[in-house]
Ligand binder design. Structure first.
Ligand code: GLN
Length: 197
């Protein structure tokens, strides 16, 4: 299958949706905005964007999407970014809240403190990533990944802390690649969806 036939969902209840639409279109994948359960039909993967995770949880329940999306993310390609990472995580603290448990990480919300609420940093790939190029990463009230299960691969780190992690078909990024010029992260998820979707 070429990425031309690939339908990739973007959870579109709240948060940073449009930049993902543009990145996916530029890669010839078809972006599908997901607002109700039937929007999940026929998707090869789904992006859970940045935003406010507590609000997203409320809207997911209101729109009857919590259970279908929990199932989808445990079985199919799913990429959480920032708030989306919080939704995918196995454990959330500071404060604790419900999550899908699609990826074996613990996260602490808003963990960079006030002065560092938002910042841009040059970050480094590990050997699990596709190349050895450092990348710009935009962090906005980001969570910290405080624990990584043994089944997960760390793909990117900032200094020595994990900021992008993969477990099979589940991908989690604490920063916002949709706000940088590089398309390498979206390309990686499109490829993952092509292989596992
Ligand atoms: N601080 C937000 C939360 O806890 C996440 C921020 C973001 O997605 N940029 O849900």
């Amino acid at each position: 299958m070429s990425s031309q036939n690939l339908r990739i969902g973007i959870l579109a209840l709240q948060g940073a949706v449009q930049p993902h639409v543009e990145k996916l279109r530029a890669l010839s994948a078809e972006p599908v905005e997901v607002r109700q359960p039937k929007d999940l039909d026929g998707l090869s993967g789904i992006i859970l964007p940045g935003g406010e995770s507590t609000t997203m949880i409320q809207l997911l329940k209101l729109n009857h999407l919590w259970d279908p999306l929990a199932r989808f993310t445990r079985e199919r390609p799913a990429w959480g970014l920032c708030a989306g990472t919080i939704l995918l995580a196995k454990e959330v603290v500071h404060p604790a809240q419900e999550s899908f448990g699609a990826i074996d990480i613990s996260v602490s919300r808003n963990a960079f403190g006030r002065q560092l609420d938002s910042f841009i940093e040059i970050v480094s790939p590990t050997d699990h990533w596709v190349d050895q190029n450092r990348q710009e990463a935009v962090f906005i009230r980001a969570p910290r990944i405080t624990q990584v299960g043994s089944g997960c691969d760390i793909l990117f780190q900032m200094k020595s802390e994990p900021i992008m992690v993969r477990q099979g078909h589940a991908l989690a990024t604490t920063f916002h690649p949709e706000l940088s010029t590089s398309d390498i992260f979206h390309r990686y998820f499109v490829d993952l969806s092509e292989q596992h979707g």
